[in-house]
Write a protein of this length. Structure first.
Length: 145
């Protein structure tokens, strides 16, 4: 074999290697596409479940904060009336503040409880779990002779 000549057996091996490498790249890219689609499905599901839970928690926390603040305003008003010696009547701003505080405390409690119960009974990533079970069954079948 002279200089510049190629071994014919290496040509056959290199073309086979190129085909194998090309097939591997095709399969790897298909696998990556499928995994990306699965990731998108999981992301949408997680956004739906945890987004609503987050939404309920924020509304509940804000309502509880407002309710607690108004409760303090009402108590301070009642203390001011009692120390001043004036007649204590809940028909003025103190009663309104306490009423709105009670309303906000109830709303906040409801939303906090709702956020805790929202995702308890609902399994997340159901599609992914099913796919993993299918993959496990497939690998078990492949291992058995």
């Amino acid at each position: 074999m002279g200089f510049g000549q190629k071994n014919s057996s290496s040509d056959e091996n290199s073309s086979g290697l190129k085909e194998d490498l090309g097939a591997f790249v095709d399969k790897a890219s298909a696998h990556a596409r499928v995994r990306a689609e699965l990731f998108m499905i999981e992301a949408k599901e997680a956004a739906e479940v945890y987004g609503r839970k987050f939404h309920f928690t924020v509304i509940g926390t804000v309502s509880l904060t407002i309710g607690y603040s108004l409760f303090l305003v009402g108590v301070i008003g009642l203390l001011g009336f009692s120390l001043d010696g004036s007649s204590v009547s809940l028909k003025n701003w103190t009663g309104v503040a306490l009423g709105i505080a009670l309303l906000h405390l109830i709303i906040g409690t409801v939303f906090i409880k709702k956020s805790k119960k929202f995702s308890k009974g609902r399994p997340i990533f159901e599609y992914t779990r099913n796919e993993l079970k299918k993959d496990q069954q497939w690998t078990r079948q492949k291992k058995k002779p």
